[in-house]
Write a protein that binds this ligand. Sequence first.
Ligand code: ADP
Length: 168
Amino acid sequence: MNNIEFFVGDITKIKVDAIVNAANSSLLGGGGVDGAIHRAAGVRLLEECRRLGGCRTGEAKITNGYNLPAKYVIHTVGPIYSGAESDETDLYNCYYNSLLLAKENDVHSIAFPGISTGVYGYPKEAAAKIALRSITTWLSDNSGYDMKITIVNFSQHDYEIYQSVIGK
Ligand code: ADP
């Protein structure tokens, strides 16, 4: 867990190379963290997103960060929770593919929100387990690469869920 730290609060305030957006497949903005990122980044983010032509569930695309303190935004589309086995694979892939794309763009610090744990309804404890499994697997698969990961919990309650998962 050496390369992983936690931040409780608003992901749009963090100065890292890239923040990850829990987007929807249109990439044209929405509520929750997506809305907050678009508001903070400014309208140029939406203009760049329009040119990307959407994104599939589990995949990731990168844009500039514009008015954000972060240099880039990595947009990934989490699964809408249904209880199907594919939800787990899709969520795992969101974290893994975001990290792969980050590395391709020479990103060395990245912050993740709780992908799919808002409107998309993924149970938070299960989502935290998958996020940690994906991130730690990526770190060990890319052990020669320096990557600092921040997991952003929007509330103290979400932070406590993560800490209980780590403690188990
Ligand atoms: P999804 O549609 O993928 O579920 P949401 O934006 O609805 O995405 O929620 C994803 C997570 O992001 C939730 O845990 C929510 O509490 C959190 N969140 C919402 N706004 C912010 C923010 N400004 N910074 C960090 N996390 C946020």
